[in-house]
Structure formats: C-alpha cells, structure tokens
Design a protein around this ligand. Structure first.
Ligand SMILES: [Zn+2]
Length: 273
C-alpha cells in the first residue's frame, strides 16, 4: 500500500527509505534504513546499527555516520533506547546528553531541533510520527507485546504533552516490518490483542500451517497500528505504510525470523531540522 510515494535514496547507496518529498515533512529529517551501503561484514552485512549481537562498535559507529551524512543531518545527536518491549515513552529535552548504555524504553518524543530519535528493528514494527506545525516528533519500536499493550496511543499522549499536538494534524510513517505473509503467531498472542482491542480480530488470519489443537495465526501488525491510530483521531490519509516485508526481502532488510538471533538491526530515525 502506498509504496509508490516512498523514495529509496539510491544516490546514497540505497541506505534508506523516506517520504522526503512530502510537503509537510520539509522540516522533518526522517529515514527507515535498509541493510545496504554499510561497512559491516556477514552476518551483519552491511548497514548494521546494533552492537548487541556481536558486531564491532567501530563499525556500527561508521554506519551511523554514513547514514547521518546521507541525510545531511550534520552534527545531530542520536538518542536510542535499550528496547524492552514495554510501553515506556521517554521525552528528550534540549540539554539531555547521550547516555551509554541508553535508557530503557520503547518510544522517544522530542520538541527540540537537532536531537534525533532512533529505534532499532529486525522484524518488529518501527513507527515514526510527526506533528510538523507544532514541531514535535516521535519514534516507536513496536513488537507484538508493546503493540498489544498500547504503545501507540501512549506515545500520542506524550506528544500532546510535549507540544499541544492534535492527532488530526499528525503524520504517521510505518516502516519495514514482518508482513502478514510471514508473521506467524500463536493463540496467546491473538488472545492478548483481542481481549484489549476487540477490533483487532480482523487483523488475524488463520495460518494454514496450523493444527486444529494448536491454532496458528498470521498477524497483520501494520494494519493493526493503522486502525488503532485512526481510532485515536489520526486521519487515515495521514498514515503512510512502507509495505515491504522484512522476511521476504533478504537483499533489503535484516530479519530475526529469517536469519536467527545473530543478524543486524535497521535504524529508523526522525528529528527536527
Ligand atoms: Zn513476508
């Protein structure tokens, strides 16, 4: 859906997808990285942004610099999180330093120019949100747990607090994630979603590989987020989905489910110019 409007920056080695031509995003630097155009060797080849699975910090740093350079982001500081599948949202203020290890949480919000917000994924759903006129941005790491627990709406509340944003004017970018073609989940996942969000039943399809006594499902996580955010007041036409499955595109993306635990991570980032 809507893949035609996404631009992959081949000029920069195909390192990222963005909506750089969107008229309302001109003051908002943003990107969903691919695995292309970095310096890391297999199994992290090549644009890997995580040191937690065995890649060397110096290579990850070089990859970060390459991406930020591709984005003409200059001296921006990049805030990340120790992601724990929670609904914890952290707000970045003007004088907040970069800390190592990064703080725990799964979403970042800021109203301060020059502070970039980044989340790491390899199948989980990265979501970037901008309220361009109020100058507030957010980045969310949404696996099934945080998604079902409501990290999306929790992050919208933090954005409203940070800058009097109204959902009607927000733009949402849903990045590369494991698609409904590949995202097999068990009954316990479906129960967790449907008990909290009855509407989400529509986003689970029976997996033909399942057995009658152990039902298996395929979850359409981007579609769930779209519907949840529309229910929060964001107009459907303001939600842009990059509908490329991470597991189905080994040349473009890392995938935990395809490659196992020892693989790279993509970075999704957003910041105010
Ligand atoms: Zn797939």
């Amino acid at each position: 859906m809507q893949n035609g409007i996404w631009k992959q920056e081949d000029r920069q080695g195909g390192r990222f997808y963005s909506l750089c031509h969107h008229p309302r995003l001109q003051g908002v630097i943003h990107a969903f990285s691919t695995r292309r155009g970095g310096v890391s060797p297999p199994p992290f080849d090549s644009l890997n942004f995580s040191t937690s699975t065995g890649d060397l910090p110096a290579r990850v740093q070089a990859n970060r610099e390459a991406l930020l350079q591709s984005l003409d982001a200059g001296e921006a500081c990049l805030h990340t999180l120790r992601q724990v599948h929670s609904t914890r949202v952290r707000r970045v203020q003007a004088d907040d330093p970069i800390t190592l290890p990064p703080p725990e949480g799964d979403a970042l919000v800021t109203a301060c120019p020059g502070h970039f917000l980044g989340v790491l994924t390899a199948d989980c759903c990265p979501i970037l949100i901008a309220s361009p006129e109020e100058r507030v941005v957010a980045a969310i790491h949404a696996g099934w747990k945080g998604s079902g627990d409501g990290i999306g709406p929790t992050c919208l509340d933090a954005m409203k607090e940070a800058g009097a944003c109204h959902p009607e004017r927000m733009l949402v970018l849903i990045g590369p994630t494991i698609g409904p073609c590949c995202y097999q989940v068990g009954e316990e996942v479906r129960e967790a979603f449907v008990s909290r969000h009855p509407f989400s039943e529509a986003h689970f399809a029976v997996d033909p590989a399942g057995r009658p006594r152990t039902p298996r499902w395929k979850l359409d996580l981007p579609a769930f987020h779209r519907q949840l955010l529309v229910r929060c007041g964001i107009p459907e036409e303001n939600i842009y989905t990059l509908s490329l499955c991470t597991r189905c595109h080994p040349q473009l993306f890392f995938s935990y489910r395809r490659d196992g635990a020892v693989t790279g991570r993509m970075l999704s980032l957003i910041g105010l110019a």
